[in-house]
Write a protein that binds this ligand. Structure first.
Ligand code: PEP
Length: 263
């Protein structure tokens, strides 16, 4: 079963509008010479305040090779939720994906599995696609409970979501000890965990959902690591933090996924 790979850049809390536009211009020119059909899906997730400017920049070409993601959302449509942004509001910016459950949101902002499930359901109901993050801490890995912890996160995130909607969704396996540390998870081990996630999806939502859902690896992905990671059977792409903040390194990562994109 061939799944279109995704390379997604999570810019986190970096770059004002001007810097975001410079970065997207750099990325556009880095991918200029490549036919879109040969590329993986390329996604960037700027901060909310840069979405307008980045979307304007992307709209300057008739066909953009780059899709937009938000880094978070709230699951209610509107109302007295000071400081929050709804999915409908994000649709103003031509959004395709919304990242939910990133470990930084879980750790610093108290995002729970239940909230992640509510967000996933609301995103799909609004016609967008969630990128659902999961992953274990170093302590959980050392205790030998990685698989149990992650399958539990996936079970809760997908609760009440149909097989069809699951098939369209995206999961990012991001071992927390590999995020922003420069330590990548061994590619065989990342593939093993991702296979385990796919098996969990199969048990919950059936074979078609498991074969269709794209599962990315995230955690210190660099231009030097991407080809080995993409060569693994079940790794369908990457969620990239630090290395997505430089146009040339992100373009190299995108290009490193091209072999799988054209299969
Ligand atoms: C991330 O924040 O999702 C991430 C994977 O970051 P980094 O690539 O910097 O480890």
């Amino acid at each position: 079963m061939s799944r279109k790979p995704i390379i997604a850049g999570n810019w986190k809390m970096n770059n004002n509008s001007q810097k975001s536009v410079e970065l997207i211009k750099g990325l556009k020119s880095g991918l200029d010479d490549i036919n879109a059909s040969l590329l993986p899906e390329v996604v960037v997730a700027p901060v909310f305040t840069s979405l307008y400017a980045v979307n304007e920049e992307l709209n300057k070409c008739a066909y953009s090779k780059i899709a937009l993601a938000a880094q978070n959302c709230y699951y209610q449509d509107h109302g007295a939720y000071t400081g929050e942004i709804s999915i409908d509001m994000l649709k103003d910016f031509n959004m395709t994906y919304i990242i939910i459950g990133h470990s930084e949101r879980r750790q610093y902002f108290g995002e729970t599995d239940e909230m992640i499930n509510q967000k996933a359901k609301a995103i799909l109901a609004n016609g967008l696609l969630p990128i659902i993050c999961c992953g274990e801490t170093l302590e959980q890995r050392e205790q030998g409970i990685t698989d149990k912890h992650i399958s539990n996160q996936i079970m809760q995130a997908l609760e009440g979501i149909s097989s069809e909607d699951t098939a369209k969704s995206v999961i990012a396996y991001e071992p927390i000890w590999a995020i922003g540390t420069g330590k990548t998870c061994d590619a065989d081990e990342a593939n093993r965990v991702i296979k385990m996630i796919r098996e969990t999806v199969k048990n919950l939502k059936g074979e078609n959902a498991a074969n269709s859902i794209r599962i990315l690896y995230g955690g210190s992905v660099k231009p030097e690591t991407i080809e080995e990671q993409m060569a693994k059977s079940d790794i369908d792409g990457a969620l990239v933090g630090g290395a997505s903040l430089k146009a040339d390194s992100f373009a190299k990562i995108v290009k490193g996924a091209m072999a799988k994109a054209s299969v």
